[in-house]
Design a protein around this ligand. Structure first.
Ligand code: NAP
Length: 343
């Protein structure tokens, strides 16, 4: 049995700060004590944990989850279970490789060790690479859940913004498998070029003057009836107004930091369109544990078979958290930045 130290290193956020730079610079790496496990909890020795947009919003106090500060950030990651509480389900996870996540008011994953409930762990096959495992619990399931909207709407074409993101990347793969066209919206020329180099057929730059006109033309031509919106703000209105009658916009992120706006009232009244939200938690709850396990196995096979892959741009030790965040914020479309304890 692996020996467990009494203390461990963790990144600590002293308090929320609406300014991203200040929140980032306030982070420290500190020693924390490992506490006793409750019956339904496990102790995970972390291998890697990513920085996600939700972590940035969380540090700013702008996410729908707020925890008691000081707190260790990080909503997901991967590692090996090295100790378990007394419940049968917790004990079953002992020594297993897991992806893990937690949204409760507890310390997060940016640490050498992470304590969470057994139900927040997804057991993984041993041949799942650690870096891919670290980013497995959130984005792949989000893309899968979102794409079900397109299946239900029998889409032959969809629209997505923040298309250089990892969720965007997965949606493109799922769409290609189902022969669904994707209109990809990005905000930088460099991202547009790299998506085109990867083979994406339809890519628009929202920073160009004629963007709205091109989007309307393209979505009408392809009959794009579902749009996945990670940006919100005025972009939601632009998507909504540009879609053919009967279209639906699914908002799943608020990257612009702005309220949904510019929805044309005539489109609402006369064009039978739908504006709705999506979040992974509700999707998992509605899916049920058994079906979620089946989806998890299916997605895991796609990762192990290299059909799906999270792009990783770099890994940093916990002590270099500020460098890690600077790199990520400087070019989010280049891939995930991981925190790798022990590196
Ligand atoms: N609802 C849910 O349950 C759920 C679950 C998971 C993820 N999400 C959301 O999914 C989205 C993508 O997450 P991810 O982890 O895949 O992201 P990611 O790989 O870390 O990349 C972030 C992407 O967002 C773009 N971006 C950032 N700020 C933007 C803005 N103001 N306007 C337009 N684009 C912007 C970046 O483009 P640049 O390179 O141009 O900066 C980059 O392509 C996020 O909004 C996240 O919160 C939602």
């Amino acid at each position: 049995m692996e020996s467990i130290p009494s203390t461990y290193t963790a990144v600590v956020l002293p308090d929320y700060h609406p300014n991203t730079i200040r929140a980032m610079l306030s982070l420290k790496s500190e020693q924390k004590e490992i506490r006793e496990l409750k019956d339904d909890e496990v102790l995970i020795k972390m291998a890697a944990a990513p920085v996600n947009p939700s972590d940035i919003a969380f540090m700013q106090g702008g996410y729908n989850i707020s925890k008691t500060t000081p707190v260790v950030p990080g909503f997901e990651g991967a590692g090996r279970v090295v100790a378990a509480g007394k419940s049968h389900k917790a004990e079953q996870l002992l020594k297993k490789k897991v992806s893990c996540f937690a949204q409760e008011d507890v310390d997060g994953t940016w640490a050498e060790y992470f304590i969470t409930k057994e139900k927040n762990c997804i057991p993984l096959a041993e041949d799942m690479p650690w870096e891919q495992a670290a980013c497995f619990a959130v984005n792949p399931f989000t893309a899968y859940g979102l794409f079900e909207e397109a299946r239900i709407a029998k889409s032959t074409a969809i629209i997505q913004n923040a298309a250089g993101s990892q969720v965007g990347n997965f949606i493109r793969k799922l769409a290609a498998k189902s022969k669904v066209d994707v209109i990809n919206i990005v905000r930088k020329e460099s991202t547009l070029k790299s998506l085109q180099e990867e083979g994406a057929k339809y890519v628009l730059n929202s920073s160009e003057e004629d963007f709205e006109e091109k989007l309307r033309e393209m979505s009408t031509l392809l009959n794009a009836n579902v749009a996945f919106d990670a940006v919100a703000g005025e972009m939601t209105g632009t998507l909504y107004n540009s879609m053919p009658p009967g279209g639906r916009v699914v908002v799943y992120g608020g990257l612009s930091g702005n309220a949904v706006s510019q929805v044309d009232v005539l489109q609402v009244i006369f064009k039978n369109k739908i504006l709705k939200g999506f979040n992974l938690n509700d999707y998992i709850l509605n899916t049920g544990r058994q079906h979620f396990q089946e989806i998890s196995d299916e997605i895991q096979r796609m990762f192990i078979g290299r059909e799906l892959k999270t792009e990783i741009q770099a890994g940093f030790p916990l002590e270099k958290i500020v460098d890690a965040l600077k790199l990520y914020l400087g070019n989010m479309s280049k891939g995930k930045v991981l925190l790798k304890p022990g590196n």
